[in-house]
Design a protein around this ligand. Sequence first.
Ligand code: BG6
Ligand code: MG
Length: 214
Amino acid sequence: MKRILKAFIFDLDGVITDTAEFHYQAWKRLADEEGIPFTRKDNEELRGVSRERSLELLLGGREYTAEEKKLLMERKNQYYQELIATITPDDLLPGAADLIKNIKENGYKLAVASASKNAKTVIKNLGLVEAFDHISDGYSVEKGKPAPDLFLFTADKMGVLPESCAVFEDARSGIKAAQAANMLAIGIGPVDRVGAADYVYDTIADVDLNEILE
Ligand code: BG6
Ligand code: MG
C-alpha cells in the first residue's frame, strides 16, 4: 500500500549538522585521558546511541563503579558542550536549510527527534528554533534508539500517524528505530551504515524529495 506522507522527522546529530564529529572529539578526549583506545571507526557504533550506552561501548567491559561512570559522562558532556557553544547557522550541513524550507513550503509537518540532551542548545545555535513544529530530545522518552519510542512520541506530538511519517537518519540504530515505528526510513550516509533504509543518500544535500514523494 502506498504511504501518504504528512510529516518529516529529522535526526539532528549527523543529519542537520555535523555534531557527530563533536561527539567523537569529546569521547576521544575522555578516552585519551583514561588511556582507553578509541578510534573514529569505534565511534561509528556510537552514532544515535544514548550517552549511557555510548559510555558502556567505549569502556568495553572495563570495570568502573556507577559513580565513576557518572563522572565520566559529566566530563564528556562538558567537553561536548564546549564544542557546541561555537555552533552558528554556518554549521548547518550543506543542503539542510533548503530541504527544511522545501518541506515546510510544501505543507508538511516537521520535527526533530534527537537522542541528545543537548539538542535544544544545538538547534538554538543553528538558528532553527522556529523551523520545527516539535522538538523531541534526550529527555523525551526513557528508551532510546533503536527502540521506536522517540519517533512514536514525536509523531504523537505532531498529531500524525506513524505510517504518515518519514525519518532522516544517519545512524544504524536510528534506521532500526524508524522502521520499528512503521515510518519511512531515509538513510543519510554510507550503505554499510544506513543501507537498511528505504532510501539512501550520501549526504543531506543529495536528498531527492520528489523521488521520496513519488
Ligand atoms: C545522539 C548522538 O544524537 O545523541 C549520539 O548521535 C549521542 O552520539 C546521543 O551519544 C546523546 O547525546 P547527549 O548530548 O545527550 O550526550
Ligand atoms: Mg544522528
